[in-house]
Design a protein. Structure first.
Length: 257
C-alpha cells in the first residue's frame, strides 16, 4: 500500500505526498506553496520524483517553480488543455500511465467542470481529484460548464465504493451542513456530520473520505434521488426535473450558502 501524507497550506488546502511502498520516493500532488512541502519532505526524509497537477489555479501550482529549483529536473505532469507553469509532461485521459517505476500505473481521468481541462489521478484505490469532488460537495464552476462537471461526477460515481477520495480542501463541515439543508431526513448524513464535527474539534482532517460515504451523503452525487430533487423544485415546474437541472440548481444554491 502506498503511504499518503497530507501537507496543510494556506487556510484550507491539502497538498498530497504519495510515498512509494518500499522507498522514500514520493510524488507531490498540487503544490500550491513550496515551503510547507519542503519542510515535510525534509522531516520525513522523502525524495520527490514527480509533481502531479490537477488544474491551473494558483493554489494548486504556485509552488512548482521553487520545488524545481530545489530538486533539479523534477518532472511536472498536468492537464494538456491548461497552461501550467513549467509543465513538462502534458496528459490526457489514459487507462494506465507509468509516472515512475516506484509506483503502480496511474489512471488519468478527464474530469472537467471546475475548470475546462481538469484531470484526476487514480492509483492504488486512491483518487486525487483536486477540486472536482469534495468530501460532501463538489467544486464551483470556474471555467467549465455544469454539464461537464455533472458528467465528471457521474464518472467518479462509478468507481469502486472503497475508493479513497483525496480532495484538495478542508470544506467538509460546510458541505455537510449544506447537504443537510437539502436532505434533512438523511440519517447517514446526520451521522457523518457528527463524526466530522468531532474530528474538526480535535483539529483532525476529514479527508480522505470513502466513495461509499459520498454516495450516501453527498447531494451532488445524488441528483437523481427524489429526496434531493424534491427540494429543488419550484412552483413553475410542471414536469419532473432532470438530474442535470437538479445539479444546476443545487450548485447555484451552494454558491450562496
Amino acid at each position: 500500500m502506498l503511504k499518503v501524507h497530507a501537507v496543510n497550506a494556506f487556510e484550507d488546502n491539502y497538498i498530497w505526498l504519495i510515498q512509494s511502498e518500499h522507498s522514500a520516493e514520493t510524488m507531490i500532488v498540487d503544490p500550491g506553496s513550496a515551503e510547507p512541502v519542503l519542510r515535510k519532505l525534509q522531516t520525513l526524509e522523502l525524495e520527490p520524483v514527480a509533481i502531479l497537477i490537477t488544474h491551473h489555479h494558483h493554489d494548486h501550482v504556485g509552488g512548482i517553480r521553487q520545488l524545481r529549483q530545489s530538486y533539479a529536473d523534477l518532472p511536472v505532469f498536468g492537464p494538456r488543455q491548461e497552461l501550467i507553469p513549467e509543465m513538462s509532461h502534458p496528459l490526457a485521459e489514459h487507462s494506465g500511465f507509468s509516472v515512475h517505476p516506484a509506483f503502480p500505473a496511474v489512471q488519468i481521468l478527464d474530469t472537467p467542470g471546475h475548470t475546462a481541462g481538469h484531470i484526476s489521478y487514480l492509483l492504488d484505490g486512491k483518487l486525487f481529484c483536486g477540486d472536482t469532488l469534495f468530501a460532501g460537495g463538489c467544486g464551483r464552476l470556474l471555467g467549465g460548464t455544469a454539464e461537464q462537471l455533472y458528467a465528471s461526477l457521474l464518472r467518479l460515481r462509478q468507481l469502486p465504493a472503497h475508493t479513497e477520495i483525496y480532495c484538495a480542501h478542508e470544506y467538509t463541515l460546510n458541505n455537510l451542513l449544506f447537504a443537510l439543508s437539502i436532505e434533512p431526513d438523511n440519517q447517514a448524513l446526520h451521522l457523518r456530520l457528527a463524526h466530522c464535527r468531532q474530528l474538526r474539534a480535535h483539529d483532525l482532517s476529514t479527508v480522505p473520505s470513502r466513495l461509499a460515504d459520498e454516495l450516501q451523503t453527498n447531494p451532488f452525487l445524488r441528483c437523481d434521488q427524489p429526496s434531493v430533487a424534491c427540494q429543488l423544485r419550484n412552483d413553475n415546474d410542471v414536469e419532473p426535473l432532470e438530474a442535470i437541472e437538479v445539479f444546476r440548481r443545487l450548485r447555484s444554491k451552494k454558491d450562496v450558502f
